[in-house]
Design a protein around this ligand. Structure first.
Ligand code: DGL
Length: 270
């Protein structure tokens, strides 16, 4: 029994960490498409092709259920995959749903018409591809009305984090928050809509101010996965072993991953 976790690079380790803590008996296979990261500057067709290839590799590893921890893949490819590509005995889930459930304080199964919710001004920080897909706004509109979402594409941030250049990453977060505040001076909530950004959560919170509620996905996705597996225990696949796969240089990726998670991580070639 194993569940796959996919990300374009290392950011999804924040999600992996949370799901492993929440479900310690489930083996997880993590796939980092490091040689093609960042996804955030690619077009939708490209992201679809890369994501489907990675998901097939996770199916091969015995993971019938794959979590697209990557917001960019969830935004640009998931709907198309679900409409025409995923076989009946497999599942691929994205990361927007748990986030929108938390933001709107509504359950996903709640299919009543969209209604007003507590928050009205929401800042979304995400990659350029996620911002231009408008997937977050589309999914939100199914549940809530009257929410003003201002999206800020955080160009350059994923590369800085993947390269381990945290000084540059901090400077970029501050300048992206400044740019957002020029468009929306007083957001009530901010979404970190990219798996890499929780690694910079403190800097986001500091730059936004203490009164802005910052949502990041890892714990929300973990709780939602636990709930999903309770309802669909048959979706835990046949794989028995946890592991870390990358399309990049395993030695370099392992070194950066170990730095991020502060525990020894060994990637092998996908
Ligand atoms: N980590 C991915 C996300 O959540 C994308 C980063 C990238 O590859 O650009 O959006």
């Amino acid at each position: 029994m194993a569940v796959g976790v996919f990300d374009s690079g290392l950011g999804g380790l924040t999600v992996l960490d949370a799901v492993s803590k929440q479900l310690p008996d489930v083996p997880f296979v993590y796939f980092a498409d490091s040689s093609h990261a960042p996804y955030g500057v690619r077009d939708a067709d490209d992201i679809y092709d890369l994501t489907t290839k990675a998901v097939e590799r996770l199916w091969e590893a015995g993971c019938d259920l794959v979590i697209l921890a990557c917001n960019t893949a969830s935004a640009a490819a998931l709907r198309r995959m679900q409409e025409s590509w995923i076989p009946k005995d497999k599942r691929v889930l994205g990361v927007f749903v748990p986030l929108i459930e938390a933001l709107t304080e509504r359950q996903w199964g709640d299919n009543s018409p969209p209604r007003e919710v507590a928050v009205q001004h929401v800042a979304l920080f995400a990659t350029p591809a996620t911002v231009s897909s408008r997937a977050f706004q589309r999914e939100l509109a199914f549940r809530a009305i009257g929410v003003d979402v201002e999206a800020q594409a955080c160009g350059g941030l994923v590369d800085a984090i993947e390269e381990g250049d945290m000084i540059l990453a901090e400077a970029l977060v501050r300048s992206h928050v400044d740019a957002l505040k020029r468009k929306m001076p007083s957001p009530e909530a901010a979404i970190l809509g990219c798996t890499h950004y929780p690694l910079m959560q403190e800097t986001y919170q500091e730059a936004l101010g203490a009164d802005v509620k910052v949502y990041s996905q890892a714990n929300l996705v973990a709780a939602s996965l636990e709930d999903y597996l309770k309802r669909h225990p048959e979706m835990i696949g046949s794989g028995q072993d946890s592991g870390f796969l990358t399309t990049g240089d395993p030695e370099k990726v392992s070194r950066h991953a170990t730095q991020f998670l502060k525990r020894k991580i060994n990637f092998t070639k996908a």
